[in-house]
Design a protein around this ligand. Structure first.
Ligand code: G1P
Ligand code: ZN
Length: 555
């Protein structure tokens, strides 16, 4: 087998977004396209690549297996010593993060477009994670992008093919031995979960106390993990774990665990006797938690409630609680817990990569995003199954329903009402108009102190900016992370453009209000937030600029 150097052509669109390079499958299938990006990752790793070990796997979506073979061929040609590959190319994003940390590898390549639909006409993605198990930080993704812009060739062993469907160690004789270790996708992750949580008490909850749980894997990667953990380990009936075979096109589902795309689960729980429903996204890092009759727990509340109850989970009993964090648009419910418990709390830009440094520095134990991401410092990715187990562990210890736990929480800490409006697939030009409209208005120095009104409600602007963040640990700066309007009473309006889409533009509008008044505490969020929503829509001239009279998704 010989290494060949293939002359390539440059693609100028390989800039990684919020979470890796995400494009339609058709884009990745262009000649040299995937190869270029993989070579750029290896080139960016410089000398470290020689003799290194990397983890490779993905969410099982269409084109994943082909991409794994390309990675194998290019890795061998670039001097990588060993690849640890999930069987069938399957590894959830949290599982990759765990394997990188457990086996102390140089990093990993995750083949996923997360919650974006899959199939020949849908999306694919490639993401590089560093040796701490977390998504590559901006300086690394920028470096990779810069390399793609001047790449002239890539190194590959074209005839190398490894069977990734059989668990075995493949040793390929090159100058040195190149090893492809095809491993069970689930084992190491299950071991980790059993170290973190009190499995016996969760088992008792599900079996003896007959707590009814319904798990929906949305045909994504979590199926095998869920069957092993909730089924085999905790005794949940097979029939309570649905859509549990990873499919290349997710069976046509949009594998995003929210009220819109996981509506099967929501309807089944609403009409049934279930105590809890949970759904995960395509690559297993997101989660949605609902209680009896489909009572919705916002991800911001979910984070805060778990943060307030971490003391019942063995992992945190042992390691202590170092700090909390949330992404900027996430409602500040966890901040209230931090205040009362006197624990450090951080706000970072959107994207999991910003939590990593704080965790590595021992300052952060649990964090989350409003976009259905919750996780802790057990790995460096958000973790859907972890979040579900954390809830089960808390419920089992508190011996209360999700509704009671949520109500008690609001009574003690107040409630951060929150909603997000997504305007998906807008033309970029129209989306930019909305952003410019808002930016021009709010950055005007006179904007501070103005009173914005809707009906009888009015809000005084305390501060407005385009959010920028300086990393506490490495002092790197991320600018233009979202347009923020902060009001005197703690309410917030935020506008951001999505960084994970594969085409067009998605405008995200985030609205939040904090209430402690018991007469309002249990009201409907859309109702409570209506005045702020109206203010945001008027200020941005949303309808005029986008021709949309309503968002695609309301959360
Ligand atoms: C979205 C979410 C963000 C999350 C990311 C990856 O990014 O908003 O919180 O980290 O997906 O799952 P966005 O499309 O908003 O850039
Ligand atoms: Zn995901």
């Amino acid at each position: 087998m010989t290494i060949v150097e293939i002359k390539t052509k440059i693609y100028d669109d390989q800039k990684p977004g919020t979470s890796g390079l995400r494009k339609s499958v058709k884009v990745f299938q262009q000649e040299h396209y995937t190869e270029n990006f993989i070579q750029a990752i290896f080139t960016a790793l410089e000398d470290q690549i020689t003799g290194s070990t990397l983890v490779v796997g993905g969410d099982g979506r269409y084109y994943g297996k082909e991409a794994v073979q390309k990675i194998i061929r290019i890795a061998a040609a670039n001097g990588v010593r060993k690849l640890i590959v999930g069987q069938h190319g399957i590894l959830s994003t949290p599982a990759v993060s765990n394997l990188i940390r457990k086996y102390k590898t140089l990093g990993g390549i995750v083949l996923t477009a997360s919650h974006n639909p899959g199939g020949p006409n849908a999306d694919f993605g490639i993401k590089f994670n560093c040796d701490n198990g977390g998504p590559a930080p901006d300086h690394m993704t920028n470096k990779i992008f810069n390399i793609t812009k001047s790449l002239t060739s890539y190194k590959i062993i074209p005839e190398l093919n490894v069977n990734i469907d059989i668990i075995q160690t493949n040793e390929i004789k090159l100058d040195n031995t190149f090893t492809v270790d095809v491993i069970d996708s689930v084992n190491d992750y299950v071991i980790l979960m059993k170290e973190i949580f009190n499995f016996p008490i969760i088992k008792e909850l599900l079996q003896e106390r007959k707590f009814e749980l319904l798990v929906d894997c949305l045909n994504g990667v979590t199926g095998p993990y869920a069957k092993c953990i909730f089924g085999k380990e905790l005794g949940l009936n097979d029939t309570n774990i649905v859509h549990s075979i990873p499919l290349e096109d997710f069976g046509g589902l949009h594998p995003d665990p929210n009220l819109t795309y996981a509506k099967d689960l929501v309807e089944t729980v609403r009409n049934g006797t279930y105590d809890m429903g949970v759904a995960f996204d395509g690559d297993g890092d997101r989660n949605m938690i609902i209680g009896k009759k489909a009572l919705f727990v916002t991800p911001s509340d979910s984070l805060a409630i778990l943060a307030a109850n971490l003391n019942v989970i063995p992992y945190f009993k042992k390691n202590g609680i170092k700090g909390y964090a949330r992404s900027m648009p996430t409602a500040a419910a966890v901040d209230q817990v931090a205040k009362l418990n006197n624990i450090e709390c951080f706000e970072v830009p959107t994207g999991w990569k910003y939590f990593g440094n704080l965790m590595d520095a021992g300052r952060l134990s649990i964090c989350g995003e409003e976009s259905f991401g919750t996780g802790s410092d057990h790995i460096r990715e958000k973790d859907g199954i972890w979040a579900c187990l954390a809830w089960l562990n808390v419920i089992a210890e508190l011996k209360k329903s999700i509704e009671e736990i949520q109500k008690d929480h609001w009574l003690k800490f107040g409630r951060n009402f929150f909603t997000r409006y997504d305007y998906e697939n807008c033309e970029l030009e129209k989306a930019n108009k909305v952003m410019t409209e808002v930016e021009t208005k709010i950055l005007d120095p006179a904007f501070k102190g103005t009173k914005l009104c809707d009906g009888t409600k009015n809000y005084v602007v305390k501060h407005a900016d385009n959010y920028s963040y300086t990393d506490l640990i490495d002092k790197s700066v991320a600018t233009k992370q979202g347009l923020r309007i902060l009001f005197e009473d703690g309410s917030r309006i935020i506008f951001r453009l999505s960084g994970t889409g594969s085409s067009g533009a998605t405008i995200r509008l985030y609205i939040e209000a904090y209430e402690t008044d018991q007469n309002i505490l249990y009201n409907d969020a859309q109702e409570v937030l209506k005045p702020l929503i109206n203010i945001a829509l008027n200020l941005s001239k949303m309808q005029e600029h986008t021709n949309r009279d309503k968002p695609t998704v309301i959360t």
